[in-house]
Design a protein around this ligand. Structure first.
Ligand SMILES: [Zn+2]
Length: 360
């Protein structure tokens, strides 16, 4: 029969009879301390004393000299006692023990450690009963408990699986109630839009605009000719819009009256990751109050997806439009990352998130 013990480091050590340990020149903690040495590494084997405690064996090549204040003098006036296993342990104060990393069983339990080795020192309690100290280094680390019920082992977010699932259920119910509170929208006044840009910064210009309504009707789908920027090598491969393609396209200035007419008639204007799109489209309104009014209609489909995913699919860690579409098993219509395909994808994700959104 071969018994094994897994140490906190993950190392596995075998149970060994004292004769074999002696043959291998392994030393117990007790022998080491008589030689004024202390182990520097994990134990290499163990045995179980008649009283059921573990006695570790250490490799003599992995030891260091013990600090003089911890030396064990068999003939000194220091008090010691002999354990049933034959190990001699020394009396020391709680404070002294703590400086060596020795603690009482209850203290270790509070620190989530379980005592398996025999005691390494002791003291007397006020009532003269013996209080043993154990080495924290060789104690067994216990699994952390759920912060809510305190009974089961932690699973996620410091909670056990049951408490975690209960909390997720509450979150889902809250999210569902929130999403159900948006209803009775007029499909004709719900717009989805997407822009393609020359780059990722505020100074970049719009290259294409797609707008569809809640029926899926195409309201606008146009290329846009930038007026300042003439080439956009970094982004042309992403959206597939090259300078030659926009040469005869209208400029933003030419499109603004039409865009204002479209957005003025809308109640909800939705895009996926709307902040970039908004920061470029908002310039169609020059008046601060008009711009503010437009901002109030803006909804971000990505934000809503993130909330939904937190509540329902904690396994999803990314929230791109592609991730949202695959979450709801929505297929791309047209070429991904063109403004038209992104707008159609956004609309379908939104409708999956808000199943009762429309009145008609
Ligand atoms: Zn729990």
């Amino acid at each position: 029969m071969e018994n094994e013990l897994i140490l906190r480091s993950g190392a596995k050590i075998k149970q060994m009879e004292s004769a074999e340990a002696a043959e291998r020149k392994y030393l117990t903690r007790h022998t080491l301390s008589q030689m004024h040495l202390m182990p520097t590494g994990d134990p290499v084997a163990y045995d179980v004393s008649p009283s059921g405690d573990i006695i570790y064996y250490f490799d003599p090549s992995r030891v260091s000299e013990a600090p003089p204040e911890t030396w064990y003098f068999p003939n000194a006036r220091r008090e010691s006692m002999t354990l049933p296993s034959g190990s001699i342990i020394e009396r020391m104060s709680i404070k002294n023990a703590a400086t060596r990393g020795y603690y009482t069983e209850s203290r270790l339990k509070n620190m989530h450690y379980e005592v398996i080795e025999e005691p390494v020192a002791y003291t007397y309690k006020a009532d003269k009963s013996i209080l043993y100290f154990y080495d924290k280094k060789t104690a067994k680390r216990l699994p952390l408990m759920c912060v809510q019920c305190g009974k089961a082992i932690r699973y996620k977010k410091k909670l056990c699986e049951a408490c975690y699932e209960k909390e997720m259920e509450i979150k889902r119910a809250e999210g569902n109630a929130y999403r159900a509170s948006f209803f009775n929208m007029d499909r004709a006044k719900v717009l989805f839009f997407d822009l393609e840009l020359t780059g990722f910064y505020d100074r970049d210009e719009i290259l294409s605009i797609t707008i569809v309504d809640g029926f899926g009707n195409m309201i606008m789908d146009t290329l846009v000719k930038p007026v300042r920027i003439k080439s956009w090598k970094k982004t042309e491969k992403i959206h597939g819009i090259y300078p030659s393609m926009v040469e005869n396209a209208p400029t933003m200035d030419e499109l603004i009256p039409e865009l204002i007419r479209i957005f003025d008639g809308a109640e909800n204007v939705i895009a996926y990751g709307v902040s970039t799109d908004y920061s470029h489209i908002k310039y169609i309104y020059t008046d601060a109050a008009e711009r503010e009014n437009f901002h109030k209609k803006i909804r971000c489909c990505a934000n809503e997806f993130v909330r939904y995913a937190h509540e329902n699919r904690p396994d999803i860690v990314h929230a791109s439009l592609t991730d949202a579409m695959s979450c709801f098993e929505i297929e791309w219509e047209g070429v991904a990352h063109s403004s038209i395909a992104d707008t159609l994808g956004c609309r379908k994700v939104w409708e999956a998130l808000f199943p009762n959104y429309y009145k008609n």
